[in-house]
Design a protein around this ligand. Structure first.
Ligand code: GDP
Length: 452
């Protein structure tokens, strides 16, 4: 991920500080702060923000009367970790960080702005899928008449995601296309209408003029700026210019899966005082995560991020399947069909490395295996499930003990071996036992009871 290297360096600075029991407290804090500041500056974070963060951490750590000057004190270590964590959260926290909650049974227009190539069209579809999965009636409008092929791109994305769309091959006026599209969807009682506007390679007056006119015509409830995380220092200037004319209310940060430095984007957020609501982590429709400062910083520091994992699971899983599986687990059951659905959900969640980073400790572990190998294994399992009958899938797997000949048939049908199927059944039995334990312990936690 963008910033992964930054995370590693900050983490090392903190670890070095808390494991240093030789030098005095103040010297250690100062040298940790120097390391953190250098890492942030080298990652394009604005110098003013870095000095502010440095000052804040220093003040908290050096003025805390409860701090024991000896590093053997567990409380001191915790305080250092917490202070650095909180200040990093402050860097990206602009107070309101939850995505726009549109009212149901009324039309809410969301307008997208940003430079060409930032990932606007892709993010429009991702957001449309996000809301559609949450029960909203969503439509997409392509008001980008500047870039040849823009409508075709949005159309292809929309068809793939099964989202209704509107655009025109002949009308050259983007304001008219936007207005016509929004009017059409309003008439048809769409609850969320997402308008994709034109971008330009550079900030130009004509672009800003066009944005203002579209905004006046469609009256968005929310305007979102799409920002490419890898553009470095330019991000701050770009966001300020867009803020002046489009007055966006939130930011979607794209290409967080890349390797470029992403600190410029953090500075952009801080300088426009506008929250990031989602981050794009790949080209696929589901490579989209709700942004939360705590999750972001946890990931940055390699602590894992269960919250995003659950969010993503909710977006990609088929709601009925997920509900049935949860009900089964509540009753202490876990059938082969539950296993199949879970497997497919995980495969839909995108590159395994993206998912692994959200699970504590998993990011490092996955580095030891080839992603291709793991993904091939998972696909083989799905072939096995596909060769089973409905009755077998809905069973607890023991059905194969009574009918071993079926093992041979399923192996033949899926192009695998009996051993492969026995391994799969073993895994399913393990999960079924976990479901049993969950039931004995009083069921699954409610949302409020999820780990932070
Ligand atoms: P637009 O010109 O702003 O509408 O940008 P597009 O949506 O056409 O995206 C430009 C390119 O960036 C396309 O190749 C997208 O697939 C790619 N893209 C968009 N978002 C992401 C992301 O989060 N990660 C990666 N790796 N690529 C992305």
């Amino acid at each position: 991920m963008v910033l992964a290297d930054l995370g590693k360096r900050i983490n090392n600075a903190v670890t070095n500080a808390i494991s240093n029991e030789q030098t005095d407290y103040e010297t250690t804090v100062q040298s940790m702060l120097k390391e953190i500041a250098t890492a942030l500056l080298e990652n394009d974070v604005n110098i003013r923000l870095v000095s502010r963060l440095r000052e804040n951490i220093k003040n908290t750590l050096l003025s805390n009367a409860n701090v024991n000057a000896k590093f053997t004190n567990a409380q001191t270590k915790k305080l250092i970790q917490k202070t650095v964590f909180d200040e990093l959260c402050n860097l990206v926290d602009c107070e309101v960080t939850s995505p726009f909650q549109p009212k149901k049974r009324q039309s809410n227009v969301i307008m997208f702005v940003g430079l060409q190539g930032s990932g606007k069209t892709t993010s429009c579809t991702k957001l449309a899928v996000y809301y559609s999965k949450r029960g909203y009636k969503v439509g997409l409008v392509c008001a980008d008449t500047f870039r040849a092929g823009a409508f075709d791109q949005l159309k292809q994305n929309a068809i793939k995601a099964k989202i209704p769309f509107y655009g025109s091959y002949t009308e050259p006026n983007p304001v008219k296309v936007a207005k016509d599209g929004v009017d059409k969807f309003k008439k048809e009682k769409f609850e969320i209408i997402i308008v994709d506007t034109s971008g330009r390679h550079q900030q130009e007056d004509s672009l800003f003029q066009e944005m203002v006119e579209i905004s006046q015509a469609v009256k968005p409830k929310q305007t979102i700026m799409v920002l490419d995380a890898s553009i470095g220092q330019a991000a701050e200037h770009q966001s300020k210019a867009f803020k002046e004319s489009a007055d966006f209310g939130s930011i979607i940060l794209t290409k967080m899966d890349g390797h470029a430095r992403g600190g410029g984007a953090i500075s952009a957020v801080a300088s426009t005082n506008t929250p990031i609501i989602f981050i794009g982590t790949g080209e696929h429709i589901h490579d989209f995560e709700k942004f939360s400062p705590k999750s972001f910083v946890s990931k940055l520091l390699g602590i894992g991020d269960i919250e995003s994992l659950m969010e993503r699971f909710q977006t990609v899983s088929d709601q009925d399947d997920a509900k049935n599986t949860l009900e089964n687990i509540q009753q202490g059951k876990f059938t082969l069909l539950d296993f199949k659905n879970q497997m497919q959900t995980i495969m839909k969640m995108g590159p395994l490395s993206n998912i692994a980073n959200m699970i504590p400790g998993m990011g490092n572990m996955l580095n030891q295996f080839s992603e291709e190998e793991t993904s091939k294994k998972m696909k083989t399992m799905v072939y096995i499930f596909d060769s089973m009958t409905k009755k077998e899938l809905e069973s607890d797997g023991r059905i194969f003990i009574d009918e071993p000949s079926r093992l041979v048939r399923v192996a033949k049908g899926s192009g695998t071996t009996v051993f492969d199927i026995e391994m799969l059944l073993m895994q399913q039995q393990m999960m079924a036992r976990m479901a049993q334990t969950t039931k004995q312990m009083g069921g699954l936690p409610t949302k409020g009871g999820m780990p932070p």
